[in-house]
Design a protein around this ligand. Structure first.
Ligand code: KG4
Ligand code: ZN
Length: 325
């Protein structure tokens, strides 16, 4: 049994949470910087670091007061992410671990997303296939046991969340693009444009989203078009390709359990198609734990701690950290 304080600060959310046994969230706070970065159309790294620095102490103090329990270990995102932003949470966590004489657990951001599904009602059982869909990653990962990852497919260019963000910018919709596109798409016709489904052939492994973004740009340059139709047709294509490649990988591996996590897992069309179009058991994180948060970091750290995978005071953040295991 362990109670872990998890800190996430890799990008534009300061996420702090206390989680019991990797499953039960005792306290959770997320300070989003969306309104600050919105005017720039994307995250400004230096501003992100400064904002994390401003709020981290108050948020940690708040969750500790709220949960009112003894903490067994402190965890923080090690990477990938923005160096300045990572340093704020990572150094804060190390300082707490040192002062409290508790283990310090560095966590890979994607492993955090993966473990966000354990915060749901039913925990997945190994082995499973994981579809990670975030602003920086689009990956299919085979997970045979906790912390054993085999990356089977990854994106060759843009990540799926990144393509939502870029297409939203083309359509003059607010950052972050995912929720804006989803909202605009609700009023549009998903069949108005036949956008490409890149890499759909069975013999092609991986994802590619930059061609889809370019196809949207060309369609918009060709003449007057209804933004809602563009958003709906783009969303349909972006989600369709996730379903196609996931179905192919499930058939290839024979795996019967699918875990889906990352910011794009909040997308309603994706959630609907996963339930309706795949004949495997699908595990999704609770909606609020799809986007970056501290609870997912604590959940992953609970398992790392149980497997003796802890860090030291000389551990450092790594903006280009690779998922290994
Ligand atoms: O996992 P996340 O919070 O941060 C990264 O690790 O990147 O994911 C953020 C990404 C952004 O690209 C955002 O546009 C996308 O997730 N996103 C969505 C939705 N909500 C967030 N994409 C599609 N539909 C959504 N509802
Ligand atoms: Zn993330």
């Amino acid at each position: 049994m362990s109670i872990i304080l998890g800190i996430e600060s890799s990008c534009d959310e300061t996420g702090i949470a206390i989680v019991k046994d990797g499953r039960q969230v005792l306290a959770n706070e997320v300070a989003s910087q969306i309104d600050i970065h919105k005017v720039f159309g994307g995250v400004v790294p230096e501003i992100a670091s400064r904002e994390h620095t401003k709020v981290i102490y108050q948020l940690v103090d708040k969750v500790i007061t709220e949960a009112d329990v003894e903490i067994d270990a402190i965890a923080a995102t090690q990477g990938p992410g923005l160096m300045g932003a990572l340093l704020v949470g990572f150094s804060f966590a190390k300082a707490l671990a040192y002062a409290w004489k508790k283990p310090f657990v560095p966590v890979h951001h994607i492993e955090g997303h993966l473990f966000s599904v354990f915060l749901g009602e039913e925990a997945p059982t190994f082995p499973f296939l994981a579809l990670i869909v975030s602003g920086g990653h689009t990956q299919l990962i085979r997970c045979d046991a906790p912390h054993h990852y085999d990356i089977l497919a990854t994106t060759r260019d843009d990540a799926v969340g990144e393509s939502f963000d870029k297409v939203a910018r083309l359509l003059d919709l607010p950052y972050p693009g995912g929720p804006s596109i989803q909202k605009a798409a609700a009023e549009g016709n998903p069949e108005a444009f036949d956008f490409p489904r890149a890499m759909r052939a069975k013999n092609k492994t991986g994802f590619s989203y930059s061609g889809l973004k370019t196809a949207v740009l060309y369609a918009m340059q060709e003449g007057e078009c209804n933004p809602a139709d563009v958003a709906a047709s783009f969303q349909a294509a972006a989600i369709d390709i996730l379903i196609i490649k996931t179905r192919q990988m499930l058939a290839q591996t024979g795996l019967k359990h699918l875990v889906v996590a990352g910011g794009v897992a909040a997308n309603a069309l994706l959630r609907e198609r996963l339930q309706n179009d795949l004949d495997v058991k699908v595990y999704l994180p609770p909606f609020k734990y799809c986007i970056d948060n501290g609870a997912m970091i604590a959940a992953a750290a609970d398992s790392r701690l149980a497997h003796g995978l802890v860090g030291t005071m000389s551990s450092t953040p790594n903006p280009g950290l690779k998922l290994e295991g």
